[in-house]
Design a protein around this ligand. Sequence first.
Ligand SMILES: Cc1cc2nc3c(=O)[nH]c(=O)nc-3n(C[C@H](O)[C@H](O)[C@H](O)COP(=O)(O)OP(=O)(O)OC[C@H]3O[C@@H](n4cnc5c(N)ncnc54)[C@H](O)[C@@H]3O)c2cc1C
Length: 472
Amino acid sequence: MPADASERAYDVVVVGTGSGGKLAAIELARTGRSVLAVEAGRFGGYCPYVACVPAKSMMYSARAGLSWADAVIRRDEATDGGSDAGSATSLTDEGVSVLRGRALLGRPVDGAHQLTARDADGTETHLVAPLVVLATGSSALRPDLPGLDDVPTWTSEQALSAREQPRRLVVLGGGAVGCELAQAFAGLGTEVTVVEVADRLLPGETSWVGELMASVLRDDGVQVLVGASATEARAVDRGAALELMLDDGRSLAADRLLIAGGRAADTEGLGLDAVGVVPTDSGSLAVDARCRVLDESGSPVPGLFAVGDLTEPSSFTHSANYQARIVAAEVDGHGHDADYIAVPRAVYTDPTVFCVGMTQEQADERGIAVRTAAFDVSDVERATLAAAAVPPPGRRTVRGRVELLADAESGVLMGAACVGPEADSWGAELALAVRARLDVQLLTDHIRAFPTWSEAIYPAACTLDGETERRK
Ligand SMILES: Cc1cc2nc3c(=O)[nH]c(=O)nc-3n(C[C@H](O)[C@H](O)[C@H](O)COP(=O)(O)OP(=O)(O)OC[C@H]3O[C@@H](n4cnc5c(N)ncnc54)[C@H](O)[C@@H]3O)c2cc1C
């Protein structure tokens, strides 16, 4: 620590104020502890300004048939024009002290964590706290693609802050972010191509989900190339545009290349070595069920917690928020183990994807015998009613499916995949069922409102209930 650095002591220092860090700071302040939240960028992290919120705003605008210019106005309203004043105030209103700066862990002294926060002017503040919550999030991965530095690229953050609309966009990566942004930009009039190296879009989900998504995007005018690998990017028009070369000899012309190939935890420059912590092979931090950071030997580092994208089990705002509550409960003396069995995985395209729990592929990998049963969402009364309404020009009629997956012996629901209108809302019933480890039989003896999309769950559950081995 430099001799002129000021020093401040708190009960808790939270490093990073994205979804997880912000909520952890607030929940911990509510326990009566003195809490300082240090933020290197914007209070509130990525979700409200350059991730979840603007992505959904652009998609809704595209769906509503707005122009690019109007969609940008709506997006800027939804993101407060990028101002974090509201987020900072929501922290201070809860009694959290805030400090702008980049925090670095030092070696603990007498059981207390030591940190240095350096602001943009280089001013350093020395911080001391027995408890530290790390919540530094993640950044977009940049692929090792020859020529990439010479062509116009976007991360999702840049795409969601853009003022100029590209005429032609290639999206590299067909995961949730790639699919959402492809549909948003295509709906706003950009010519979009998605390039995905796996044999289907949304490769983490059971295969029909990605296949249905590809067909939906194609109907929206998106060119979808799966099983395709980019080999080189070449600058065109002195770097104003690009040509993307693919392994099968094809090439794609575009004005922008959107890199949507996943994210990596932000551990760089955090001083983890000072506390004996080494990131896992995937680059994130290993935490136990109470979100305590584990050191190289797998033991919790005293007084050190981590939440959000920085940690192995979380890659969503809702899981980061859940972990924040786990930490607050643990610190406040009524802790319980986190249960990640039912973290929802939603893709907010039209139709929406909502998956939870295990997929068939994961069950096969783990050697777990499961049964699945599916039902077409277009066969429920709600779909008939929705289809009867005159769709706006160019819109398709209802498409979707629900598939349930249960342990073949016990009949316990272990996973569900839902695609359909508002599947993120009606699928939530299944997330709770997976979390509660419900026997699928109960899903057959549950009254659902008529006429809702959730009525598609009943026939799938009946089929599955009849097929589980314990019934024979
Ligand atoms: C395009 C897109 C759309 C998404 N949509 C959704 C969605 O609809 N629903 C959903 O649940 N999830 C969505 N996500 C994922 C979601 O954005 C993340 O899971 C969530 O933001 C993670 O929050 P976090 O707490 O890890 O912190 P982050 O939001 O990653 O913020 C971390 C903060 O830490 C700060 N920081 C980093 N290092 C330091 C340091 N050394 N000192 C001080 N501060 C530091 C950073 O400046 C940053 O503000 C989306 C992601 C993307 C990219």
